[in-house]
Design a protein around this ligand. Sequence first.
Ligand code: NAD
Ligand code: MG
Length: 393
Amino acid sequence: MTPRVLTVLGATGTIGVNTLDVVARHPGRFDVFALTGATQVDRMVEQCRLHRPRVAVMTEQAAADAVRARLAEAGIGTEVRAGADALIDVSTAPEVDTVMAAIVGAAGLPATLAAARAGKRILLANKETLVVSGQLFMDAVAASGAELLPIDSEHNAIFQALPRDFRGDFQAAGVKALWLTASGGPFRTLSAEAIAAATPAQAVAHPNWVMGKKISVDSASLMNKGLEVIEARWLFNARPNQIRVVVHPQSIVHSMVEYADGSVIAQMGTPDMRTPIAYALGFPERIDAGVSALELLGRQLTFEAPDTTRFPCLQLAFDALTAGGNAAAVLNAANEVAVARFLDGAVPFSAIARSIAHALDRLAGGVADTLDDLLESDRQARYVAGKYLERLT
Ligand code: NAD
Ligand code: MG
């Protein structure tokens, strides 16, 4: 078998590390072309030692210099590059057939979109790309013939539960609705007052999943589910009223598809991102992921409605989806700024939803025809949300 030639964007992050864990279980099946990171020098050096990529990219110049020096010392011939442009080069290089898009935030958009335009097989973890530029991104995928495999566990579950030849026509496929499950996060049972006073340490302590800090805070606010609703809209061509959210605290059912005949097809598994990652890496084959078997005996699976009063971010995301245009880009950018300020300890948890609502009030309804329009909305939303949060500190 000729190996698949792989670029891993965001290799040093949680998804990147899990991706390389699966890759290492299948010697000869994958050829790692490039690994990218931002600042984590030690981890990148270690990954280069193990996977011997042709190129390593660190977006920060100082980190790139440090990785280059360390690799030279160790006699490892990986070429080290710095800067965001290098992310695009390694995502579009002709040798590369598969790109794992696992940078966090809108920072991942340019390289992920470039991979789509270049017709690559894209394993999409970076949901923010679809939230910011859904229509544009899906158009690019269609135009180039790129192949899109969702990594987000819910979307990967839905992908597995849909007919293999599904092309976005709910009627033709007899699909009634997509059911996204949500764990409810660490604040599921807390009062509104307790949530408002929550600390960063509480917010990143997710009950079922180990994830990067930003997505962990998003899970605590339910913004993660909101972003996933928008992600599902674009990935599967769903209307907002065809997407339902149900809280399932055990994170065993990863999501479901409801059909016209009353069937509901769910994908289940131990909560471990290596399952969706392995599914996409091996697609259409099933390959070992190193994941422990699902133990259902003695388990209770429960389902409850999400509470958009205690978790207003979920409602804000539905509102932004319905509003269309630049609203989702504004929502995403304001959220990124607010989460970063919250993690710094500068603003309370409740400021996240308030600053997003403020940015949407000020900026939604702007033009969103081109990538430049969307990036301009992203920039303005960061500014407006930042100013709003400054007034709170
Ligand atoms: P993480 O914070 O652990 O890792 C982020 C990666 O992006 C790192 O490699 C980091 O170096 C890189 N990065 C950060 N800022 C960058 C910048 N400005 N430019 C270039 N690279 C940059 O995040 P994660 O948890 O691995 O999540 C990555 C993406 O996958 C996110 O979009 C997240 O929503 C999505 N996702 C994650 C999980 C999960 O279980 N962790 C599940 C579903 C979806
Ligand atoms: Mg998810």
